[in-house]
Design a protein around this ligand. Structure first.
Ligand SMILES: [Zn+2]
Length: 410
């Protein structure tokens, strides 16, 4: 039976976080452990040896995901936790690493207390969550849960012109276990918020309700380059002006829509990009996100119909193509409530919130009861060497994880 006094050892957890942050460490306290590089291999080796040290049954699957299982008293699918070890080029020390090492800290705590659970427990780390060298992101968890074909993932060519298969073989993590051979009874991931909400509201634990849907569109506009002084305003085919109108529309759209709609124009290029020439070509990207699937579709439709109208009005040719699209993910109400309940039982402040970023947990959501626990990110900063979470918040998050996993595993 779970003991109400059972707590993780924060000193041991922080020491392990420090040790892993030493692999691929960069100036300013950050980490560069890009997927399937030498640094990734060293980080993986470190965590695998820790898994073995804790007595877990370790398997590596064909996309390089690693799962360590702590057998329960009954057969059947394990309650799973985990995250990722890869980082972006200028990453922090907690994004991903926290979820994996906190999962192993839960195992260490149960081992020390001699507690057996009814269901098995599993701690996993998934290949290429960040997508910094190979697209798409969340590759390992998407293959694991059957959303991305294994062969397609293995044949993906990255920024360095190598394939996922080649690089997995090179670092010794092209495993033999079929992907998803360890099925999950349920999945819970602890992660840093990577946003400002918890810190701003002075809340320790986030009970994550789901992940925003994401729609990336690239818009290309072809007009006519001409002289900035001699071309009458009425005779222009100004691709640059059309692009700016679309960017302005995207901002207004987000402001007018209900709910959590956000819109960002992250890239805007004009050609020929010269002070006294009307741009003949323009391209821009639009990133739309919403937690509601219907509202996200509506935002896309409104954007597309505006793009058509602006093409006609400005007499330019406009084309758009989708670069990426993920529907919003809703986590299991039972798991969200469990996170709230366990946090409250530990005397911690807790609130529900959506995730603005993608996570491995979202791959599991359609297939089993899934949830996430967030802890505050100082200043809301992440994907940055300055990423920081206070040790007492890490301790709180890991203790909530411990109790949620115990409740799920029985
Ligand atoms: Zn992450």
């Amino acid at each position: 039976m779970p003991q109400p006094s059972l707590r993780i050892d924060i000193d041991r957890l922080m020491a392990r976080i420090d040790a892993l942050a030493g692999v691929g460490s960069i100036e300013g306290g950050g980490v560069c452990r890009l997927a399937l590089t030498e640094e990734d291999k060293t980080g993986r080796d470190l965590v695998v040896s820790l898994m073995r040290h804790l007595g877990l049954d370790v398997s590596i699957d064909r996309i390089g995901n690693v799962v360590g299982v702590r057998p329960g008293m009954e057969d059947g699918a394990p309650v799973m936790t985990g995250s990722h070890l890869d980082t972006v080029r200028t990453g922090g020390r907690y994004d991903g690493a926290l979820g994996v090492l906190a999962g192993l800290e839960v195992v260490a705590t149960l081992n020390d207390a001699g507690i057996d659970t009814r269901r098995s427990l599993a701690v996993a780390f998934f290949t290429n969550e960040e997508g910094a060298r190979f697209a798409p992101d969340m590759m390992g968890s998407m293959v694991h849960q059957g959303h991305l074909p294994l062969e397609q993932a293995l044949e993906t060519t990255g920024l360095d012109q190598t394939t996922v298969r080649e690089d997995l073989a090179k670092i010794g993590y092209l495993g033999h276990a079929p992907c998803g051979s360890v099925r999950a009874h349920s999945f819970v991931e602890l992660h840093v918020e990577q946003g400002p909400v918890l810190e701003r509201d002075d809340i320790t634990i986030g009970a994550v309700e789901g992940v925003q849907g994401i729609s990336w569109t690239e818009i290309s506009i072809i007009g006519e380059s001409n002289h900035a002084g001699t071309t009458p305003m009425s005779a222009r085919k100004d691709a640059g002006y059309a692009a700016v109108c679309i960017a302005r529309f995207a901002r207004r759209l987000a402001e007018q829509m209900e709910g959590n709609q956000v819109a960002t124009v992250g890239r805007l290029q004009l050609s020929p990009d010269v002070i006294n020439v009307i741009p003949g070509r323009a391209s821009l990207t639009i990133d739309l996100r919403n937690t509601d699937a219907g509202l996200l579709r509506r935002a896309e439709q409104r954007l597309h119909s505006y793009v058509r109208r602006i093409g006609k009005r400005e007499d330019v040719y406009v084309a758009h193509r989708s670069l990426a699209r993920y529907d919003p993910v809703v986590f299991a109400p039972s798991v969200i409530a469990m996170v709230e309940r366990q946090a409250t039982a530990l005397g911690l402040s807790v609130r529900r919130l959506p995730s603005g970023a993608g996570h491995d947990a979202q791959a599991f959501a359609p297939n089993c009861p899934t949830g996430m626990i967030f802890v505050p990110s100082v200043g809301g900063v992440s994907h940055n060497v300055k990423e920081h979470t206070a040790p007492r918040d890490i301790e709180a998050g890991a203790n909530v994880l411990l109790n949620v996993l115990l409740e799920l595993a029985g």
